[in-house]
Design a binder for this molecule. Structure first.
Ligand code: PLZ
Length: 449
C-alpha cells in the first residue's frame, strides 16, 4: 500500500467570514441566472479541492466530510485521475460509443465484471448519472421478464427523473408537484432496526415485505425489486442482518430481477468494493455511479449476461454514455482504490468515526442511533430522551460545523440524520479534527435544546 500524497495543505483555515466577499458576489450573480430550484448545501464557491479539503474563492480551506455526496472517494484531484484525464483529452473527448467505439469503454466493462459481486458471466452498459443507470436497469428487467411491476422500499432514493422519482420515497424536495409519476411502482416496508419493534429480525422484516408484495402485486407480476443495500438519502439505514439475503432468495425463486442500487454505497465506500459483498449478496443487476470515476460523470449497470443480452441491438445507449474522458478517469480511480487499498481505509475510517460518535452518545440524549458501515456513517438525532426526529437540531448542527469550516451533509426522510462520507484519502488528523467540531456542535446545541 503506497502513501497518499496531497497537493493542498490538509488543514482547516478560515481567513474571512463565511461566505466571504467573493462567494457573496457570485451568489448575487447566480441569483440572476441560475434557477432557484437548484440549491447548494454550502454558501461558498469552490476554487480548488484536494484530499479532504475544498478551498473557496476567498482562500478559506474547508474540511470536506461529504465528498460531493460520496463521489470523490479517491479525493477531488487524485494524481492518477488527473493524469489519465489529461492524457485522454490530448486525443479525443468524444466520438459517441454508438457511432465510433473505443477501447477504454471496454476496459471499464471488463473491470466492472471483475469488481462487482458474483463470478457469473456479466455484461455492462455505461451511462452518465445514477438515475440513468437505474432507469436502464428497470428497462432491462421489464424486457427480460415480460412483467411490469417494480418494487421499491420506504425511505428509498433512486433519482430525479420521472421513473426514478416514482421509485424515490421522499416528497419534499424531490417529488412534490412534479407528478404524475411512472406507473407500476410499489413501495414496501424496509427493515429499519432503530424504528422497527425490538428484536425484529432481518428475516421477519423481509417476510413482512414479501407478504405485502404477494398480497398487493402478486409474485408473478413483479419484474424487479430495487433496493439500496444501505439506504443513502433516506438516512443511512442499514437493514437488519438477514433482510437482504431473504429478499434476494425470494427474488430468485420467483424469477424476479434483484437490482442492487449501489450508486452511493459502491466502490470501496463501505469497506468492501460493494455493500452487497458484506452479506454475500449477488444481485442480478447492480447500478453504479458517484465514486466510479473520481468525479467525472459516469454511471453503469452490470448484470447477468443472459438478462442484459436479451435486449435487442440499439435498445440501450445514449449520446454521452461511457464518455472516453470519464472512462479514462474510472480506470485511474480503480487503480488508486487498489493501490491505496481504499476498502481497508474505509473500514479504518468507519472505526474512527464510530468510536468518536459512541463517546458522544454517552454525554447527550439527542443521539438516537449511530449506524453505517465503513466510510458511510451517520448519527440520527432525536428530541431529547425520545425517538422523535429532530430535524431542527440536525440543520443547526450542520450550520454550526460549517461556520467552523467543516462541511457535513444531512439526510433522512425526516431530515434528522447527519451523514459522514469523507473522501477515503482523508488524513487521520483532519478526520479527528472534523469529528471534534461535529461532536462539539451536537453536544452544545443538543443541550441548549
Ligand atoms: N441512487 C442510491 O444515492 C444519488 C442525490 C442528490 P444521480 N444521490 C444523491 C440530489 O439531491 O440530487 C443517487 C443515489 C442512489 C441513485 C441516485 C441518483 O444518482 O447521479 O444523482 O442521478
Amino acid at each position: 500500500m503506497s502513501e497518499i500524497t496531497y497537493r493542498l495543505p490538509q488543514k482547516r483555515s478560515l481567513v474571512t467570514e463565511l461566505p466571504g466577499p467573493r462567494s457573496r458576489a457570485l451568489a448575487q450573480r447566480r441569483a440572476g441566472c441560475v434557477a432557484a430550484g437548484v440549491k447548494s448545501a454550502v454558501p461558498v464557491y469552490a476554487a480548488d479541492a484536494d484530499g479532504g479539503f475544498v478551498v473557496d474563492l476567498d482562500g478559506n480551506s474547508l474540511l470536506d466530510l461529504g465528498a460531493g455526496i460520496a463521489v470523490t472517494s479517491v479525493g477531488a484531484s487524485d494524481p492518477r485521475v488527473r493524469a489519465a484525464v489529461a492524457a485522454q483529452v490530448e486525443h479525443f473527448t468524444h466520438t459517441c460509443f454508438m457511432v465510433t467505439p473505443y477501447e477504454n469503454y471496454i476496459e471499464v466493462a471488463e473491470a466492472l465484471a471483475d469488481l462487482t459481486p458474483g463470478d457469473h458471466e456479466k455484461r455492462s452498459v455505461l451511462f452518465n448519472s445514477g438515475a440513468e443507470a437505474v432507469e436502464n436497469a428497470v428497462k432491462v428487467a421489464r424486457l427480460a421478464t415480460g412483467r411490469d411491476a417494480v418494487v421499491a422500499f420506504d425511505n428509498a432514493y433512486h433519482g430525479r427523473t420521472n421513473l426514478t422519482m416514482a421509485l424515490t420515497a421522499k416528497n419534499m424536495p424531490y417529488k412534490a408537484h412534479f407528478g404524475p409519476f411512472a406507473p407500476e411502482v410499489y413501495r414496501m416496508p424496509m427493515s429499519y432496526p432503530y424504528r422497527d419493534p425490538d428484536g425484529f429480525t432481518g428475516e421477519q422484516a423481509a417476510a413482512r415485505a414479501i407478504a405485502a408484495i404477494e398480497a398487493q402485486i402478486g409474485a408473478d407480476q413483479v419484474a424487479a425489486i430495487i433496493i439500496e443495500p444501505i439506504q443513502g438519502e433516506g438516512g443511512f439505514i442499514v437493514p437488519a442482518t438477514g433482510f437482504l439475503p431473504t429478499l434476494r432468495e425470494w427474488a430468485r425463486t420467483n424469477d424476479v430481477v434483484f437490482i442492487a442500487d449501489e450508486v452511493q454505497t459502491g466502490f470501496a465506500r463501505t469497506g468492501s468494493w460493494f455493500a452487497c459483498d458484506d452479506e454475500g449478496i449477488v444481485p442480478d443487476i447492480i447500478t453504479m455511479a458517484k465514486g466510479i470515476a473520481g468525479g467525472m460523470p459516469l454511471s453503469a449497470i452490470t448484470g447477468r449476461a443472459d438478462l442484459l443480452d436479451r435486449v435487442h441491438p440499439g435498445g440501450l445507449g445514449g449520446t454521452y454514455g461511457g464518455n472516453p474522458v470519464a472512462c479514462a478517469a474510472a480506470l485511474a480511480a480503480f487503480d488508486t482504490m487498489r493501490e491505496l487499498d481504499l476498502p481497508a481505509r474505509a473500514r479504518n475510517i468507519g472505526t474512527i468515526i464510530e468510536s468518536r460518535l459512541r463517546q458522544l452518545a454517552e454525554r447527550t440524549d439527542v443521539v438516537g442511533d449511530i449506524r453505517g458501515r465503513g466510510a458511510m456513517m451517520a448519527v440520527e438525532l432525536v428530541k431529547p430522551g425520545t425517538t422523535r426526529p429532530n430535524p431542527e437540531l440536525t440543520g443547526a448542527v450542520a450550520a454550526r460545523a460549517l461556520e467552523q469550516g467543516v462541511i457535513v451533509l444531512t439526510c433522512g426522510t425526516a431530515g434528522n440524520v447527519i451523514r459522514l462520507l469523507p473522501p477515503l484519502v482523508i488524513d487521520d488528523a483532519a478526520l479527528a479534527d472534523g469529528l471534534d467540531v461535529l461532536c462539539d456542535a451536537i453536544l452544545t446545541l443538543g443541550s441548549a435544546r
